[in-house]
Design a binder for this molecule. Structure first.
Ligand SMILES: [Zn+2]
Length: 435
């Protein structure tokens, strides 16, 4: 009897390995369909993402709001459950729920996360972390070094080091990570030449620089994805990799058209690397989606057009313009003329001044909104919106990703297709307004 059970167990293990697929799950934070279409117009050529053979829509509402934040949305996309805005991997009743990455690891699948924000930020944290508040990044750093992840690339060493960082508890989580089997690297050069099996790569104290300004020791997203795929695929066994284009969201919060363009392109290049991998290994499922739409981006403010040529003249993001001007409005006028090719009117300046009084981001937000309006691009908010986001799929099993999905369905469908089902009951909340 015992022999029979051993054989059965072995058969199950073999089954998992034979049927399991590689999964590359790419999330453009804040990326609505218009962010993609605008980027395609600005590039003047088709985006890789928009060549997807299978597409659908994804509803994004959270357990306590019709407009989600990235923590609740990340939890839905990682764990398959609705939770309250702000919570990561924990349900409104306090139950911690495993992520698709944790379930994959339990099944012997190698896992990785690659992002351009701090690795303790909401979206990546949803794949390994369990905290009531997304602001608890020190705890998330502890959970990360205890996690089964094999590859972690991004920013945010300030939450891992005892001195010069954000920790007051004197814990050295870099030492803890090494004790748990991670190699630790901090530069693009170290990453490009890395040849080990398990690595924590933190390339900045906080987030990586924006794609449009990044250089030197910080890698680009496509380079990180290429290295992660090399590490995870080297023994030929199946893996799970999550990739986030983290900063599309922030540029959209700032209503910054140039920033959205550059961040979306960086993300699209990362998707291209995933597709190149798929061409080599067809037993790979690639799913590209977003956690929510940011900004309410609208491709016209009227007049049956928007002005692509003016937008193509923009060469700096608004955070750069804001910081270079140092709050001096005449300097801002000069900078905008030199780097964006447009003149700010007195009315524009008055608008930016008013926005600047509203929050610490208000000055840059005001510049972003004004530069958008110059090109007949509209935004409904500096926050997230409740609209659906697109999902795109390529490769093995991609044909299942058509139709309208709830965000909680995506990780469950991916895990089912990949061969390590998430066999936990769905915690559903009614659509807000249905009560
Ligand atoms: Zn956001």
């Amino acid at each position: 009897m015992r022999k029979f059970l051993t054989i059965l167990l072995l058969a199950l293990v073999v089954l998992v390995f034979c049927s399991a697929k590689n999964v590359i799950y790419l999330i453009g934070d804040g990326m609505g369909i218009n962010h993609l279409i605008l980027t395609q117009y600005l590039e003047g050529k088709p985006l890789t993402i928009l060549k997807a053979p299978y597409t659908g829509f994804v509803l994004t509402y959270s357990a306590n709001s019709n407009v989600t934040d990235s923590a609740a949305a990340g939890t839905a996309l990682a764990c398959g459950f609705k939770t309250n805005n702000g919570s990561i991997g924990i349900l409104p009743d306090g139950t911690a729920v495993p992520s698709i990455a944790e379930i994959a690891a339990m099944n012997g699948i190698k896992t990785g996360i690659v992002v351009t924000c701090r690795v303790t930020h909401a979206t990546p944290a949803s794949f390994y972390g369990h905290v009531l508040s997304r602001d608890d990044e020190n705890t998330l750093a502890e959970q990360l070094v205890e996690s089964p992840l094999d590859v972690v690339f991004g920013g945010g060493w300030r939450h891992f080091i005892p001195e010069g960082g954000k920790r007051k508890d004197n814990k050295d989580l870099i030492a803890a990570a090494k004790d748990n089997g991670f190699d630790y690297i901090t530069t693009r050069e170290e990453m490009l030449s890395y040849s080990g099996d398990r690595v924590l790569g933190l390339f900045a104290s906080s987030h990586l620089s924006p794609a449009s300004e990044r250089s030197g020791s910080q890698p680009m997203l496509d380079e990180m994805v290429a290295k992660a795929l090399e590490i995870l695929s080297k023994d030929g066994k199946p893996f799970f990799l999550m990739v986030e284009g983290s900063q599309i969201d922030w540029e959209a919060h700032g209503n910054d058209v140039y920033g959205v363009w550059k961040e979306t392109m960086e993300f699209d290049r990362a998707v291209k690397v995933a597709l190149d991998f798929l061409a080599e290994d067809p037993n790979t499922l690639i799913v590209v989606t977003s956690d929510h739409e940011t900004g309410g981006l609208a491709l016209s403010t009227g007049g049956y057009t928007f002005d692509i040529e003016t937008l193509r003249g923009y060469t700096k993001n608004t955070d750069w313009l804001a910081s270079q001007s140092g709050g001096d409005y005449e300097k801002l006028r000069e900078l905008v003329k030199t780097h964006c090719g447009v003149e700010l009117t007195d009315e524009d300046i008055a608008y930016v001044k008013e926005e600047a009084t509203k929050s610490s981001y208000g000055f840059a937000n005001g510049i972003g909104r004004v530069l958008s309006i110059k090109a007949q691009i509209g935004w409904s908010t500096f926050d997230h919106t409740g609209g659906p986001v697109p999902v795109f799929a390529f490769g093995s099993g991609a044909e299942h990703f058509t139709g309208v999905f709830d965000n909680t369905e995506l990780p469950r469908l991916i895990a089912h297709l990949a061969g390590y089902p998430m066999s936990y009951p769905v915690y559903t909340v009614p659509l807000l307004g249905e009560h």
